[in-house]
Design a protein around this ligand. Structure first.
Ligand code: XIL
Length: 377
């Protein structure tokens, strides 16, 4: 053992060889990661925070790529499926759901002693509700379909899931109102009661989250106001919601200026004053508006990450930090928001050769600077 008690240091070459060769866990001393640093999950745990990432079950999964698998296992205490628990993967018929891909993720989590988040029981956004689903919901009756679907999905995973995004993105950012889907058109506000109460019934131990993408950025004022009204109404009508999931897909406005920080603080203060806990559920930074030059781009995303996470981690109510992927290679942003210059996006803490980027250091620094809290773990 070295005097620092961390075990022998590996050279950078040894560390990278370990990753590239797909040497699974244990190839590196457990207190060190690829950056010669403590794993993010350990830095987070020291502060009462769970650190993790979204993963998928397909071609880009940590199960298919041992190097990525080793990285996820070393850095993360929690994983969440990127798509595999959504209705468009599970299927429209509550009596015949396809749990295969989600179960593979659940097994990966269990094998590596990670926690599992659930995302999402109802993505109440028309864009993600197929005509076939809408038709089935209308034919069955919205309440009947929703109760049956949530009962099956929450019941299937049971206590393997400690925290569920019960409803996702129900507020229209342009109007601040509930979007107007086949569900809420039929049920009005009862859609929320039914979803959260059914989740409580079938997964009583799990935290129940409302998840959305309002942010501190300019242009989000109406979205923030709409989410606050929704959260207030949950309280008024006793809808059992525990926490606000703040997706944190940042980057449309790279500045995180003092004025915006103050606006965001007002929002967060109101949320916690209503008794909600907070979590960051889908952190990444869209670099579309940032320079071509990789070093400058990486410095900018790291600076935004540090500034934002410092502000967020100052709240003792915030106890989970999940990235939407751990490395740039398969980020959804390359499809959703490609750069005009055709270069790949660099939104995440590791690059597409699994090398840590300045954003990884920014996350570590923010965690080191954060106060200790009593977390969910
Ligand atoms: C995205 C996935 O990353 C993509 O693979 C998929 O094509 C669309 O959904 N907000 C959410 C996530 O709540 O579920 C979304 O995930 C990203 C935005």
């Amino acid at each position: 053992m070295e005097p620092n008690g961390k075990g022998p240091m590996l050279t950078r070459r040894q560390q990278l060889a370990g990753i590239a060769g797909g040497l699974v866990m244990g190839a590196l001393p457990s207190r060190l990661d690829a950056a010669g640093d403590e794993p993010l999950k350990d830095l987070a745990a020291q502060k009462g925070v769970l650190f993790g990432t979204a993963i998928s079950a397909g071609r880009s999964s940590p199960m298919a790529d041992p190097g990525y698998g080793a990285l996820v296992a070393r850095e993360c205490a929690v994983v969440v499926p990127e798509n595999e628990m959504k209705v468009y993967v599970l299927g429209n018929d509550p009596q015949a759901l396809n749990f295969g891909p989600a179960d593979r993720i659940a097994t990966f989590a269990q094998d590596h002693r990670m926690k599992l988040r659930g995302h999402t029981l109802l993505w109440n956004y028309g864009k993600y509700i197929s005509p076939a689903l809408a038709q089935m919901v209308e034919a069955t009756g919205a309440e009947k379909w929703l109760r049956a679907y949530i009962a099956k999905v929450a019941g299937h995973f049971g206590d393997r899931i400690y925290s569920w995004d019960v409803i996702n993105e129900t507020i229209d950012p342009k109007t601040g109102e509930v979007r107007g889907t086949v569900f809420d058109k039929a049920l009005g506000f009862d859609v929320f009661k039914i979803a959260y109460e059914t989740a409580r019934e079938h997964a009583p131990h799990a935290q129940r989250v409302y998840n959305d993408y309002m942010s501190w950025e300019v242009g989000n004022e109406t979205h923030r106001a709409g989410v606050l009204r929704l959260l207030a109404r949950f309280r008024k009508e006793n809808v059992p919601v525990d926490a606000l999931g703040i997706q944190s897909h940042l980057g449309n406005d790279g500045s995180h200026s003092r004025v915006q920080r103050a606006e965001w603080k007002r929002f967060l203060d109101e949320v916690v004053a209503m008794g909600y806990r907070l979590l960051i559920t889908e952190f990444d930074i869209n670099d579309r508006e940032m320079p071509r030059d990789v070093a400058r781009r990486d410095a900018q995303t790291a600076a935004v990450a540090k500034s934002y996470l410092d502000q967020m981690l100052a709240y003792p109510q915030l106890d989970q930090l999940l990235c939407w992927g751990l490395w740039d290679k398969h980020s959804w942003l390359n499809g959703f928001a490609p750069r005009a210059d055709g270069l790949p996006q660099r939104p995440l803490p590791y690059d597409d050769e699994l090398k840590p980027k300045p954003m990884r250091a920014a996350i570590a620094d923010a965690l080191r600077a954060a106060p200790v809290r009593k977390g969910i773990a």
